[in-house]
Write a protein that binds this ligand. Structure first.
Ligand SMILES: NC(=O)c1ccc[n+]([C@@H]2O[C@H](COP(=O)([O-])OP(=O)(O)OC[C@H]3O[C@@H](n4cnc5c(N)ncnc54)[C@H](OP(=O)(O)O)[C@@H]3O)[C@@H](O)[C@H]2O)c1
Length: 427
């Protein structure tokens, strides 16, 4: 019998307990040992819970789990940076194997945690940390290991994908779709980490760590959320054959790693454009396998519980058969993220200008002076002195585009620059 201590009995913790109970016999057969939940850490012992436990299982003292010599595997599901990080480190020092779904802790502190685990001859598994129920951590470590991964594109945040899908299908503004996502439980009361892109940045940092075997500082990843996307942008994108998605991108290049999270125009006929609602998707390119795409629900009690329990089972099997999967993280290099200003992209630009002769010529001259060439121009005629002007550029360095936008902004016939969105034509 193997004994498990769970830190946290919220959405995911409860899902893990349910799966371990419901599929107990099946899990025992696959693992070769019975798995017993020894203790569960919660914050508030008096909280009303949907699950019932025997006296003494719930505790609010973390030491009863991480310092408990009976416990083989510690499952960290409290979330946040601290005390989760401290508990993981302490548990590893006490010889416990770790399973966690904590993207923040793995993205920020993975290097220290993996090193500590190696020193203590234990494993750290984190399939639930990226894209909930979508299997991607273990495939990158095992099934795709023969490949050099060139690039990864992910839709890694269900909340923002739900909002963008709702805006797109129902012609709604961001605030209305966010309110709807909150009403249906697809967005938290404080949605900042999701809608501003930080959540996706943690996840793409973890994927690039595995794909490229490089550690990067998550704070150096360029992050832009979806709060500025207007229904007008979505409508114009559709007219030009695109759909707007919040993309998490990681590419390996000679200058370093190009890792970023931002909204992007995705061609309507690309498989990523078809990922709707709360679904997540990872689309990657390996030198041997070619393109691989995988999609599943990226969050929620049972999908994330599924990933966490499969990690618990893998670790249990390894303990039971006296083996340990070694990840060779000692070979991983530290790497810089390429400055966003040096990245080349095509861009969508939406401006408002005074409808008078010469405005186009002034703007075109500024673009020309800054090496920005245009792929298309769309001018909507309105019975109004102010008209929208929409451009798609060819590939241009971000810094050259910014230089030209600064000059365009100061033109007296330009009212304002409404939005700038990267166009990903070569996914
Ligand atoms: N929710 C998802 O769909 C999802 C998907 C993928 C990954 N994840 C990750 O999974 C982890 C857990 O998320 P969740 O949504 O299950 O969180 P949650 O619903 O907020 O649950 C957190 C649990 O941890 C307990 N807890 C929090 N801080 C604690 C502390 N300092 N000491 C003791 N107990 C503490 C809480 O106790 P009380 O019950 O007493 O309040 C609660 O049981 C996070 O890392 C999250 O990023 C979640």
């Amino acid at each position: 019998m193997l004994k498990i201590g769970i830190l946290g009995l919220g959405t995911v913790g409860s899902g893990v307990v349910k799966i371990l109970e419901k599929n107990e016999e099946n899990i025992k057969n696959k693992v070769g040992a019975k798995l017993k939940i020894e203790k569960i850490l919660v914050n508030n012992l008096n909280k009303k819970r949907e699950l019932n436990f025997a006296q003494g299982i719930l505790t609010n003292d973390a030491a009863e789990i991480i310092d408990n010599p009976e416990i083989d595997i510690v499952v960290e599901l409290i979330g946040g940076e601290y005390p989760a990080y401290d508990y993981i480190i302490k548990a590893i020092e006490n010889g416990k194997n770790i399973v966690t779904a904590n993207k923040l802790v793995i993205a920020k502190h993975g290097k220290v945690i993996f090193k500590k685990a190696d020193e203590n001859n234990v494993q750290v598994c984190y399939e639930g940390s990226v894209a909930g129920g979508l299997p991607i951590i273990r495939p990158l470590q095992n099934s795709l290991a023969a490949n050099k991964i060139k690039k990864i594109y992910g839709i890694l945040n269900g909340t923002t994908n739900y909002i963008l899908t709702d805006m797109s299908k129902k012609n709604k503004e961001f605030a209305d779709s966010l309110a709807q996502a909150q009403k249906f439980g697809f967005a938290e009361a404080d949605p900042a980490s999701d809608i501003e892109g930080a959540d996706a940045a943690y996840k793409i940092t973890i994927l690039s760590l595995l794909a490229f075997e490089r550690f990067v500082d998550v704070n150096s990843v360029y992050v832009e959320g979806i709060t500025n996307i207007a229904s007008e942008d979505i409508k114009l994108a559709a007219e030009m054959g695109y759909i707007i998605k919040l993309l998490a991108i990681a590419k390996n290049s000679d200058q370093g790693l190009d890792i970023r999270v931002h909204p992007a125009f995705v061609p309507q006929d690309h498989p990523l454009a078809m990922i709707n609602g709360t679904y997540n998707c990872v689309y990657l390119h390996g030198d041997a396998v070619g393109q691989v795409m995988s999609t599943a629900r990226g969050a929620g009690q049972m999908p994330t519980g599924s990933a966490v329990v499969s990690d618990i089972m893998q670790v249990s099997k390894d303990i039971n058969f006296n083996q340990r999967e070694v990840q060779r993280i000692d070979k991983f290099l530290d790497s810089q993220v390429v400055d966003i200003n040096e990245i080349e992209n095509s861009f969508y630009l939406r401006l408002e200008v005074y409808d008078q002769p010469g405005v186009m010529a002034h703007i075109a001259k500024i673009f020309g002076d800054n090496n920005v060439s245009l792929a298309s121009v769309l001018q909507k005629q309105k019975d109004n002195p102010i008209v929208p002007l929409v451009f798609i550029t060819h590939q241009v360095k971000e810094k050259d585009l910014n230089k030209s936008l600064k000059a365009i902004e100061s033109l007296k016939d330009v009212v304002k620059i409404n939005n700038i969105i990267r166009v990903e034509n070569n996914i």
